[in-house]
Design a protein around this ligand. Structure first.
Ligand code: TYM
Length: 333
């Protein structure tokens, strides 16, 4: 079976970008019986960006409920919390000793932090933890632990999957073939969903539309999407409009063509947003009700995660045993 694996960092409330870029394709892939899927909550990764315990916890709750509300079938997939699998941080250390420092210097997240410091006139290392620096190694451990073939992610994560592949190849070359070389899978159609201001929708930009907003707040958010000054009747360029880009991520090909034509005919921004709201609200209304119920039922959600942890460890314990043997960490005999 093809092993599919992906994770979401437990900082903040899940947004349309996470849904379109990660959760929706992952749930679709899990319906294919040729696949074995591993989906998880990256709560150790959360500590890199968020040192507020309550927020990390709340986000874990919300993201777990999100996957379940959207219909993830936990009998067919392995759905777990990263921190429930102690083999992952252990593997992370072993991989840290195989990961070239120069490779980590090139990681986008680290480079962006260095650049921000330079711009602010700070020392380049200011506020950068070892966690941020080694983030790609922990992610490599997540992926290699389960010998994943395919890693469905948004475009921003491709580099990390490639680093995992590099680290795996280096390990295999040195210690023998243990790890599968993973591949990133990106849906080109909706590679990076834009946020309210037209930049990538991201928790760190504060420009997100949360996935399970109620109908009214959803409308408010959609009304905040940035548009240019064109008036009703002016032909509009769909490929230059966030409203259209988000539409496309939720629409069928026919609906996409329909909206293209409407743009050419000069649809008013208000009308386009009204239709976008209806499209998204219809698709998410049912899951939103389940989401609310799940937030009120922590016992059920925790039970699901414990079941997942047990399933995950049936893979991680034997693999880590192999890794330990391979590197020479074993009982004296
Ligand atoms: P995170 O939590 O930032 O994002 C989770 C997933 O959502 C995708 N995504 C988007 N896709 C399209 N448009 C957007 N605007 C958008 N914003 C976010 C991300 O690409 C990602 O797929 N390091 C990872 C989590 C992680 C992981 C892993 C992923 C930890 N270990 C192992 C895969 C495999 C992260 O911070 O994702």
């Amino acid at each position: 079976k093809q092993r599919i694996l992906t994770g979401i960092t437990t900082t903040g409330t899940p947004h349309l970008g996470n849904y379109v870029g990660a959760i929706r394709p992952a749930i679709e892939a899990s319906h294919d019986t040729n696949n074995l899927s591993f989906y998880f909550l990256a709560d150790f990764h959360a500590l890199i960006k968020c040192q507020a315990p309550d927020l990390v916890h709340q986000s874990t709750r919300e993201i777990a409920a999100t996957w379940l509300a959207l219909g993830l079938n936990t009998d067919n997939v392995v759905f777990y919390r990263q921190s429930d699998v102690p083999e992952i941080p252990e593997l992370c250390w072993v991989l840290t000793c195989m990961a070239a420092k120069g490779l980590m210097n090139r990681a986008h997240a680290y480079k962006a932090a260095v650049a921000a410091n330079e711009e602010a006139g700070e020392d380049t290392d200011f506020g950068i933890t070892m966690g941020l620096y080694s983030y790609p190694v922990l992610m490599a451990a997540d992926i290699l632990m389960f010998n994943a073939h395919k890693v469905p992610v948004g475009r921003d994560q491709i580099q990390h999957v490639e680093m995992a592949r590099d680290i795996a190849a280096r390990f295999n070359h040195h210690y023998g073939e243990i790890f599968t070389l993973p591949e990133a899978v990106v849906d080109d159609h909706v590679a990076v969903l834009q946020g309210l201001d037209g930049r990538k929708m991201s928790k760190s930009y504060g420009n997100t539309i949360p996935l399970f907003l109620e109908e009214k707040p959803l409308k408010k958010h959609i009304n905040k999407i940035k548009t240019n000054l064109l008036e009703p009747g002016d032909p509009k360029d769909p490929d230059d409009a966030t409203v259209f880009q988000i539409w496309q991520a939720f629409a069928t090909p026919e609906q996409t063509q329909y909206m293209r034509d409407e743009f050419a005919a000069g649809i008013a921004w208000g009308e386009a947003k009204k239709q976008l709201h209806a499209l998204i609200n219809d698709q998410l209304a049912e899951a939103r009700e389940r989401y609310k119920m799940l937030l009120d039922d922590p016992v059920h959600v925790e039970r699901e995660l414990q079941k997942g942890a047990e399933k995950a460890r049936a893979y991680s314990v034997p693999l880590l045993q192999k890794v330990r043997e391979a590197v020479g960490i074993k009982p004296i005999r």
